[in-house]
Structure formats: structure tokens, C-alpha cells
Write a protein that binds this ligand. Structure first.
Ligand code: ADP
Ligand code: MG
Length: 173
């Protein structure tokens, strides 16, 4: 049985981009926990957070993780998925966990170029570069703890995907 592959890392590290490339290379399905939970809730992340708060969003995120977990799937997770120990343990036990790591400055630059960034509230209201620095400082130990492998996300997407396939000793479709 092909275990699911969970991609973890901060916003902008390329979970969606690399996940789609990787799924195509392996002939796996691709899904994104943020997309899943927005469809399930019929609301955007920003709307859920505004009306229910972050705690409720995090609970929905845990449900989404369980709902999308199937064999032969590449699963892009929300940046905060690793905050809950229950999520870290679930991913490690159920599949392969890959941390796409990149410096805070590069992540902030990528996000600033995305129009949809405006739709997602920042956690602190700080400028995005400062917030990303702070988020990585707090979350890097959690990404590290959750991941079976850490991959350099600053390479082109195809190379990142190839490296994941090599790390896991999987065959390309
Ligand atoms: P995430 O899903 O982790 O938030 P995305 O896949 O949405 O990240 O990528 C965020 C932005 O960075 C997008 O504009 C995407 O095109 C760009 N990007 C993602 N991965 C790479 C990469 N390896 N090299 C260059 N740009 C990338
Ligand atoms: Mg994404």
C-alpha cells in the first residue's frame, strides 16, 4: 500500500505547488487541507477565522486532515497543521511527512507577490516579513519534530519533487 505523503511547512514554502507536481510524478491524488475545509465549511479561511476564531479553525483543520487521508495521496497541509500534537502524531503514524523548508525572507517575498495573500489574515497584524520570521522561529522545532525528511524548498519545484521521491525511495509513475 502506498502511504500518503504529507507536505508541511510555513505559508509560501510551496506545499500546493510542489504537491501538485509530486502527485503527477507518482500518479497519486493531490489534496489540500485548506481547500478541503473551505469547501466543507462553504466559507473562506478568513471568514471562518473572523466568525469562529482561530481555535475553531484549528479544530476544522484536524478534521480535514483525517478526512483527506487516503493511500496514494499527496496532501498539502495548512501552515499551522503542526501546532497540534495530535496532528503531528497522526501524520507521522499514517504516512511520510516532508518539511519543505525555506528562509523567512524568501517566504515573505513569495507571499507578497500573491494577490490571494490579502484574503488571509496575518496571525499578528505585523508586516509579513517580521511575522514570517517569528512564525518560523516558533514552528521550526514542530516542523522538525513532525517530519521524516526535511527538503530544501528553494530549488525549482520539479527538483524538490524529485528529491522527495529519492528520499522515500519511491518509483516514478
Ligand atoms: P503553500 O501552499 O506552501 O502556501 P504555494 O505552493 O502556494 O505555497 O506557493 C507560494 C508561492 O510561491 C506561489 O506563488 C508559488 O508559485 C511560489 N513557489 C512555490 N514553490 C516554489 C519554488 N520551489 N520556487 C519558486 N517559487 C515557488
Ligand atoms: Mg497552499
Amino acid at each position: 500500500m502506498s502511504l500518503p505523503i504529507y507536505l508541511i511547512g510555513a505559508r509560501g514554502c510551496g506545499k500546493t505547488t510542489i504537491g501538485q507536481v509530486l502527485a503527477r510524478m507518482l500518479n497519486y491524488t493531490f489534496c489540500d487541507t485548506d481547500h478541503y475545509l473551505q469547501q466543507a465549511a462553504q466559507r473562506s479561511v478568513a471568514e471562518i477565522v473572523a466568525s469562529e476564531g482561530w481555535e475553531s479553525f484549528r479544530a476544522r483543520e484536524t478534521e480535514a486532515l483525517r478526512a483527506v487521508t487516503t493511500p496514494a495521496a499527496v496532501i498539502a497541509t495548512g501552515g499551522g497543521m503542526v501546532l497540534a500534537e495530535v496532528n503531528r502524531r497522526f501524520m507521522r503514524e499514517r504516512g511520510h511527512v516532508i518539511w519543505l523548508s525555506a528562509p523567512a525572507e524568501a517566504l515573505a517575498n513569495r507571499l507578497q507577490q500573491q494577490p490571494e495573500t490579502a484574503q488571509r489574515p496575518t496571525l499578528t497584524g505585523q508586516p509579513i516579513a517580521e511575522e514570517m520570521d517569528e512564525i518560523l522561529r516558533l514552528r521550526a522545532p514542530l516542523y522538525q519534530q513532525a517530519a521524516h525528511y526535511q527538503v530544501d524548498a528553494m530549488q525549482p519545484p520539479e527538483q524538490v519533487a524529485e528529491q522527495i521521491i529519492r528520499s522515500l525511495a519511491l518509483a516514478r509513475a
